[in-house]
Ligand binder design. Structure first.
Ligand SMILES: *Cc1c(COP(=O)(O)O)cnc(C)c1O
Length: 456
């Protein structure tokens, strides 16, 4: 070892000396004393290794404290953290689907912090049922006789098929045996629940008669599943829900409709295709409708089953219902979300609907203001609804397009920002869609962009 290295090692501060600095006191206040001591030791160790290897740069106390601070920040950063979604995909499954309305956030905070009536009947002063929460409100806004909330839609499907079709046959069109994402395949879910799958029709065409011919004495129900994230175009045919309902009635079978997204409002009012609504499915004669809470409903993760009271009662009594029940925070957020529909204020209050309904002019003004501040140009583009609803459907939007030397590196820097920013690249430019950037995130987004652009 060289003399300078020996001297540098000897000159290193002791852990105790580092701990006595204001910077270390601040770290200990933020992360706890033990974690701070550990981080300082590690930083000292790596500094020693560097010095022995002949690198004597940045070995002063300030550098070691800085290294420890960075390591602590990395270690304490939760894996689940907020991000800014500038992708323009409104219901982005990888980014947590629907952000909650202000009222839903407040409801979660209130119920989380206090004891509550989760399973308590205030009138009788005795044990109540958690299964009643959100139930009446769901009936009010969907027109269903009864409703049940479970952990998510996939769980709702497993529960329904287990309760109503175990060891019996379920008829489904080949065009609807889809994989929804994350490896979730409708046929696998059906098999899990012990239902026997009877596929009818072909990938592109299934007629009402195909269902009718497949009915046997072992048939329990007819399932219609939303094709979700893909679309068959061209020479296609499928049976309408009305036709399926009349077949089901004639043969004494149940008809279940897995809507996936579960819109309560008409997407066609915003230039999109018409996404079938929960109300329409029930009115067309579906005995049970299943949908997610965090797709077009715009609420928390949940699976909602709505339909005939006798069926919902059977589902409630099934042992699986206990295993996949919704928690109090979900029920609080869901109730507050549904309340917006009851009050006729969903378009204004529910973030995903506000984004869908946001006028193009307004988005363009935002993109232009961004460009004025950080550079780049405003181009026409498309936002997507996402979340397996309206496959392929887009909304016209205005995008901020930044031309930077290395777009992939720029995206990585955006992801490393605090908070991380998720954007996309097209034609070598980095694109930002104001539609999915929430109010209150704009300032910090522009601050991050301004810093990165000036150092790019
Ligand atoms: C999204 C989706 C599901 C799964 O819903 P989760 O709430 O994510 O479990 C099931 N069926 C269809 C048609 C879907 O689009």
């Amino acid at each position: 070892m060289s003399r300078t290295a020996t001297e540098a090692l000897r000159a290193l501060p002791a852990v105790d000396a580092l701990l006595n600095t204001d910077a270390a006191a601040h770290l200990a206040g933020q992360y706890g004393r033990q974690a701070t001591v550990d981080a300082l030791r590690t930083a000292l160790d790596t500094t020693r290794v560097r010095i022995r290897a002949g690198d004597s740069a940045s070995t002063d106390a300030a550098s070691i404290l800085q290294e420890a601070a960075a390591a602590l920040a990395r270690r304490f950063r939760p894996t689940l953290q907020p991000v800014i979604n500038a992708t323009g995909v409104i219901i982005h499954t990888n980014l947590g689907r629907a952000p909650l309305s202000t009222a839903a956030q407040n409801a979660v905070r209130e119920i989380a912090a206090q004891y509550n009536t989760l399973e308590f009947d205030l009138e009788g002063g005795k044990r109540g049922s958690r299964l009643i929460h959100a139930g009446e409100l769901l009936c009010e806004v969907t027109g269903a006789e009864a409703a049940l909330v479970v952990n998510n839609n996939a769980a709702g499907l497993v529960l329904t098929l287990s309760a109503l079709a175990q060891d019996r046959e379920v008829i489904i069109s080949r065009g609807q045996l889809v994989e929804i994402g994350g490896g979730f395949r409708v046929p696998d879910v059906m098999t899990q629940s012990g239902a026997l799958l009877v596929e009818v029709g072909t990938t592109n065409r299934t007629r009402a008669a195909d269902y009718e011919q497949a009915i046997s004495e072992r048939t329990a129900l007819i399932l219609r599943a939303h094709a979700s994230n893909f679309r068959i175009i061209g020479f296609t045919e499928s049976a309408s829900l009305d036709e399926l309902a009349s077949i089901a009635r004639r043969h004494g079978l149940y008809l279940m409709d897995d809507l996936g997204s579960g819109a309560l409002l008409d997407t066609a009012a915003f230039g999109l295709d018409h996404e079938p609504t929960v109300q329409e499915s029930l009115a067309a004669g579906a005995d049970l409708v299943a949908f997610s809470g965090d797709k077009l409903l715009g609420g928390p993760q949940a699976g909602i089953l709505a339909g005939k009271k006798d069926l919902i009662d059977r589902l409630r009594r099934h042992p699986l219902a206990r295993a996949i029940r919704a928690d109090k925070l979900c029920l609080a957020a869901l109730t507050a979300t549904l309340d917006h529909y009851r009050r006729g204020e969903a378009l204004e209050q529910i973030p995903v609907w506000r984004m869908i309904a946001r006028p193009l002019d307004d988005i363009r003004r935002a993109a232009e203001a961004w460009a004025a501040q950080v550079g780049g140009e405003v181009i026409d583009g498309e936002s997507a609804v996402g979340g397996g609803s309206l496959p392929g459907a887009t909304l016209p939007t205005a995008l901020l397009a930044l031309t930077v030397p290395r777009p992939d590196d720029f995206l990585a820097q955006l992801r490393a920002a605090d908070p991380p920013v998720i954007a996309r690249i097209a034609a070598d430019r980095v694109l930002f869609d104001p539609r999915t950037v929430l109010e209150g995130q704009e300032g910090v987004l522009l601050h991050i962009l301004g810093n990165l652009v000036s150092s790019a």
